[in-house]
Each structure stands twice: as structure tokens, then as C-alpha cells.
Ligand binder design. Structure first.
Ligand SMILES: [Zn+2]
Length: 64
């Protein structure tokens, strides 16, 4: 294995492991566990984890 191959493997791994920070709890999660939705007339995109999204929805339902 030469250096270019090694670099490609590392790059692939980094891309695969790219994680997103939740706007609410500030934790890093893998992208497939995140929900992304527009904010302020779609000028921004917000990333929120499913746990926070679920908690927010539940709070709305319970009215607390
Ligand atoms: Zn969160």
C-alpha cells in the first residue's frame, strides 16, 4: 500500500464518520440520527437530534 492509498482510506473513513452537532443539546450525533429543517424563511438549516425533536414534540403535546 502506498501513501496515496492510505490517504484515500483515511479520507473515506473521516467522511463516513462525519457527525453533526445538535442545536439543542450540543451533542454530536451521526447524520442519520439527525433531523435537518429550515429556520427563518429557510435562510438557515437547523440540525437537531431525534431525541431533542422527540422531547420538544412531547412537551408540546403535554402542554408543559
Ligand atoms: Zn439534541
Amino acid at each position: 500500500m502506498n501513501n496515496d492509498d492510505l490517504r484515500r482510506v483515511i479520507w473515506k473513513y473521516l467522511k463516513k464518520d462525519s457527525r453533526v452537532r445538535c442545536i439543542t443539546c450540543k451533542n454530536l450525533y451521526k447524520q442519520e440520527k439527525m433531523l435537518r429543517y429550515p429556520y427563518k424563511d429557510a435562510k438557515f438549516l437547523i440540525d437537531q437530534c431525534m431525541i431533542c425533536a422527540w422531547t420538544a414534540n412531547t412537551r408540546d403535546i403535554l402542554g408543559k
